[in-house]
Design a protein around this ligand. Structure first.
Ligand code: HEM
Length: 123
């Protein structure tokens, strides 16, 4: 039986599952592994903080994601398809693991941030 996203431990489970898929994904994987050469030990805790702050207002994330993605786009151009694919992977991961109001909220927030990011990055 699926539960809602209740705490940081659930966020860790979601984020780990999501980036496990991302790493080997045919459409966006290379942006992480070859272009940005992501240090996963640093990136994953940042993402736990990012989403924990969004869902539970913990005020433990203070980065600048818009800037990071603009820099990434300058190194290797991204397209609307990349962002749409990111969203579909993210939604599929949420739906596989969780259900409830917080699960719906995180998908809505991801979609809104992705739209803004696309607008700021691709224009
Ligand atoms: C095509 C879509 C996307 C790609 C390819 C992508 C890729 C990346 C990469 C390579 C990094 C840098 C990791 C590092 O520090 O080396 C990053 C950071 C990050 N991404 Fe994305 N991303 C995408 C979409 C999104 C979306 C839609 C969100 C939010 C809903 C998001 C949130 C973040 C955050 C919060 C960081 C950490 C920024 C920091 O350093 O504080 N990303 N992303």
């Amino acid at each position: 039986m699926k539960t809602d996203i209740r705490n940081r431990k659930d966020i860790e489970k979601l984020v780990n599952a999501f980036y496990n898929k991302v790493k080997t994904d045919e459409i966006i994987g290379y942006l992480f592994t070859e272009v940005a050469k992501v240090n996963w030990e640093a990136h994953l805790p940042k993402m736990y903080n990012f989403w924990e702050n969004i869902l539970f207002c913990t005020a433990n994330y203070n980065g600048n994601p818009m800037m990071k993605h603009k820099e990434l786009h300058e190194k290797s151009p991204m397209t609307q398809e990349h962002f749409q694919h990111w969203i579909s992977l993210f939604n599929a991961t949420v739906d596989k693991l969780f259900e409830g109001p917080k699960a719906e909220e995180i998908k809505n927030r991801a979609m809104n941030i992705a739209s803004l990011m696309m607008y700021k990055t691709l224009n």
